[in-house]
Write a protein that binds this ligand. Structure first.
Ligand code: SF4
Length: 117
């Protein structure tokens, strides 16, 4: 099977063609660098995404957050659900953990902007 996809590794957006056998990438073309090859291989076998969102604070201010690393695609809705049910006590600093082990992924959600009352 052939899959076509666009690499999201940088703004160049290379168009990748991936030959897939038994759920694994056996060849990748169209990539300009190794990131594209790795992206295609992961996208075919175990796709992941960074999750960025906001967590509400006790002062009613939204606090920008993101997952520390990319999350398995099938866990994204669970992670977002937990983020949306969380309230942070201000002030918070960049890098503070907003949610630890989000949805049992082992991945923390961290604050991306200093936020005070
Ligand atoms: S393959 Fe490399 S150059 Fe092309 S979009 Fe991906 S990261 Fe950018």
């Amino acid at each position: 099977m052939t899959r076509n996809m666009i690499c999201i590794g940088c703004p160049m957006g290379c168009e990748l063609t991936v030959e897939v056998e038994d759920g694994k990438a056996v060849s990748v073309t169209g990539n300009t660098c190794g990131i594209g090859k790795k992206y295609a291989e992961t996208e075919v076998s175990a796709p992941t995404r960074m999750v960025t969102s906001t967590v509400m604070s006790d002062a009613g201010k939204p606090v920008p957050v993101k997952t520390r690393t990319a999350v398995p695609k099938e866990k994204i809705f669970d992670v977002v659900r937990i983020i949306k049910s969380t309230t942070l006590k201000l002030p918070v600093r960049i890098g503070d953990v907003a949610v630890s082990d989000a949805a049992g992924t082992g991945i923390d959600v961290i604050v991306t902007k200093d936020t005070a009352i």
